[in-house]
Write a protein that binds this ligand. Sequence first.
Ligand SMILES: *[C@@H]1O[C@H](CO)[C@@H](O)[C@H](O)[C@H]1NC(C)=O
Length: 194
Amino acid sequence: MARLLLFTSRLVLVLTSCLLVSSNGQTCTWQDAAVPVASVDCRHTSSLLTVQYDTAVTCEQDLSAKNLTSPPAISWSGAHAAETYLLIMVDPDARSPCQPVSRWVLHWAAFVRGDKSLQITEEFVSYAGPRPPEGTPAHRYQFFLYRWVPEIELLRPSFLGNSDTSRARFDFDQFKVVNRLEHLEASFEFLYSR
Ligand SMILES: *[C@@H]1O[C@H](CO)[C@@H](O)[C@H](O)[C@H]1NC(C)=O
């Protein structure tokens, strides 16, 4: 009986939030998504990437209206020159944060190396700056740096149907599984709306 009550109250909660979402689409944020994607924890400074466009960006900074058409410089204080890393940039909030039907949009995918400052050694999906639909609340643009296990042969995003011309609905979860991306070293996110 208690479980039934709990289930019923959850159902009411879900229905209420759906109603709120549909009546208030312009302010609906990623926390309201049916399956929200976690935000990057900006407090873990040792595992934060440094992302620099014209100027350095702080984690979760709102960069709306800035010109981000050129790729940023990326560095990480923990990088070892002997390692290869895989850098991925995604938008989990497309088309709109609480209705992320195009999740994930793949914005960048490259192998990088370096001692702190990371240089691209092989780019297999070129950088594309944020272009969220006008009028939707801010999207998050998330960067992830994985340590690459050299014995693995990369299954490229094209394996999942994604390329420079087809970036939406990138199955990031499956990409991580097929490429055994188990060592997340650093991450970062900023916000952008138009
Ligand atoms: C944005 O910057 C790029 C160079 O990085 C430049 O080519 C482009 O014209 C700029 N766009 C605007 C709208 O200022």
